[in-house]
Design a protein. Sequence first.
Length: 392
Amino acid sequence: MPSLLHLADVHLGARHADMGAAATKQRERQAAAFTRAIDEGLEAGVDAALICGDLFDSNAQPRRSVEAAVVELRRLTGRGIRVVIIPGTHDVYDKRSIYRAFDLASMAGLPRGSDLLTVLTPEAPELLLKDLDLIVYGRVFATKRAPRSPLAGFDVRADDRAAWKVGMIHGSRMIPGRVDSDDVIFTDAEVAASGLDYLALGHWHSFSSGRAGGTTWAYAGAPEPVAVDQDGAGSVCLVRIEDGAGGASSVQVERLRVGRTVFRAESVDAGNIAGQAALVEQLRELADPDLVLSVSLDGIAPDTLELDPDEVERALGGEFLHIRVRDRSATELAEAPELPDDTVAGRFVVDMKSRIGAADAKGDAADAERARQILRLGRRLLLDDPDHVTLP
């Protein structure tokens, strides 16, 4: 009975624009997670490894990056483990495809005609592995946006060339009201009608699995997160296909953790912060080199609180994989002494209070908060620290 390593969405070479200075580190972590995924397959002694799209983050990769990936794949093929790859939506099989530019099997030192490393394409959409009594069907297109469902009219129940039938798709399950459209989309009804024993999926970076009709399906998820909010990533799947009751197949899907990145969202009440230094020390208690920490400052901030989120991030940057601080607090407007309306300071206060009132009446919370921040800063400059005000 065949056993399979199922992975997807490795995104080798991703830029990670949302991670700033940590981008290079995260690319290295993705490569390390890919290595651990191969380790899991070798340890389990799988018969084949299925890579369901977006092995590479784009088709524009230097040769050294492709060679590094092939080194890992050779660890499988060197043990006689078949590797089957389909293009995704990032490494799409268009005219500029990385799979057209590079012959991975040749780079792995495999002879022409070998079935140890295969990229399934619209022209070569399936692979028959007779010794495993298994057919792998790759449902792919030569464009990023599919002209139709990859499972439209697809039914393998009459295909008697092998006992076990596995499909590979990089796309989205349609979930009415949640996922109604995407570049590649299919329905559970189409999955149920396919006659597949197992459908290996890529494109969603969080693990999930289920069953439609007699077909078991699963998204392996990304081995390591590609963006800072993907807290369901970090895994691959070990799949075992066996004979079940009544002649039906029994498919067991085991989720294996290979990622190291941890995500945490932390809300901090701005009203309880003594100052910026105190906030830095409070967050330092959470320090972890594998942690992506998202901090939200909420509540009502006292008028005297001076805090720069960028400075907080820089102070703690070396103690987390990545830290992001966002100030969403509202500003408390402390009462200022009464000022004559015919003075610059008095007129300023009257005008800004009028703007705040008008914004509140319209329900424009963003403009009201901008006006409060302007009033807060103006009070500090005009009243508390007049030496820092330069007049023309």
